[in-house]
Write a protein that binds this ligand. Structure first.
Ligand SMILES: [Zn+2]
Ligand SMILES: [Zn+2]
Length: 344
């Protein structure tokens, strides 16, 4: 039996997250209702300037769960033509594109107006959520052996798949990851999986240890200069994790001639960032941004998770019951944990 009311994690500000009761969404034709199995808290959602613009909101956009109902009329189908049915274990992408506009035609899915307008209802950190018709196109069945916890990593991992694709990672690259939070660690894991050499930098010792367990060398920021000397002073690809001008400046300083800097995290609108244009130009350097991910990336991420290249356990994620969402969020903000994943 599906109840009429459910609990959700409501964020009014970064200091005010509470469990509230709302109505379980009703379905229209072509839609799905999913009972959440697990949902992660995104590091993007602890950026106060970013999340405050959207507040109040039901937290979360990284769910995996079980389909418990389909809308009236014809059941929606997956790409292979198979109908989705109650009992299917799925990952659902929060945003899905139209697949027919100019942006979609060239794979720039996150610029598609439909991608921007779509969202699961009311959010991922809720006992149930509705999958609108558009989002069904980026709803993927999980392989039987993949847990909901690992399935909840599809969206964040897809962002890293996209980042390394846009950065044109190759095996001969020497990659520096500035910041070894969960997204930095995922970059480490995927770059190592592609046989690239990886160096990581982070002030927190436990994060450096985790990066080392994933196959990187890891140093404290004050040791970075010396560590880069072994690579002739610079990395071919620098992944800039933190969303700050200081981190971007450090990324450019660590980028070898001919190299690339990946800006993985936004800065607050209006923030200033200065780089030496001469060094940028004569060094033939490139700066690339990578915002979120599209349906091609979620499929690639799911395959990597299914193959065990990345898992919640390998990353050191913290699994907690949904009832502890406020404490889990506070711990993430205070860098007391690397990735909280809530279970339902
Ligand atoms: Zn996210
Ligand atoms: Zn489109």
């Amino acid at each position: 039996m599906i109840p009429t009311e459910m609990q959700v994690a409501m964020l009014r500000s970064v200091d005010d997250i509470a469990i509230e009761r709302v109505a379980v969404p009703r379905l229209a034709e072509g839609e799905l209702l999913v009972r959440t199995g697990a949902a992660g808290i995104c590091t993007g959602d602890i950026m106060a300037w970013y999340v405050q613009r959207k507040a109040p909101l039901v937290l979360g956009h990284e769910p995996a769960g079980e389909i418990v109902a389909v809308g009236p009329g014809d059941a929606p189908r997956d790409e292979s033509g198979r109908s989705f049915v109650p009992g299917d274990r799925v990952f659902v992408h929060h945003h899905a594109p139209c697949f027919s506009c100019g942006f979609c035609a060239r794979g720039d899915y996150v610029q598609c107006a439909t991608w921007r307008a779509t969202r699961i209802d009311p959010g991922a950190i809720a006992e149930y959520f509705r999958v609108p018709r558009e989002n069904v196109r980026d709803t993927l069945c999980l392989p039987e052996h993949l847990s909901y916890v690992d399935g909840s990593l599809v969206e964040p991992l897809a962002c890293v798949v996209k980042s390394l694709r846009r950065a044109e990672l190759v095996a001969s690259d020497r990659v520096l990851c500035i910041g070894l939070g969960v997204m930095g660690l995922m970059h480490v894991a995927l770059a190592r999986n592609a046989d690239a050499a990886v160096l990581g930098s982070d002030p927190i010792a436990s994060r450096r240890e985790r990066a080392q367990s994933l196959g990187a060398r890891a140093v404290a920021p004050e040791e970075l200069h010396d560590a880069l000397a072994a690579w002739g002073g610079g990395a071919d690809l620098v992944i800039c994790g933190p969303g700050s001008s200081a981190a971007l400046r450090a990324a450019f300083e660590a980028c070898a001639p001919g190299g690339r800097v990946m800006m993985f995290t936004p800065l607050e609108p209006g923030a200033q960032f200065d780089l030496d244009p001469a060094s940028f130009y004569f060094g033939d350097r490139r700066m690339i941004a990578s915002y979120s991910c599209g349906p091609d990336d979620t499929r690639a991420a799911l395959a990597l998770l299914a193959a065990g290249v990345v898992s919640a356990e390998r990353l050191g994620a913290t699994i907690r019951p949904f009832a502890e969402v406020a404490a889990a969020y506070a711990d993430l903000r205070a860098a007391r944990c690397i990735k909280p994943i809530l279970t339902f």
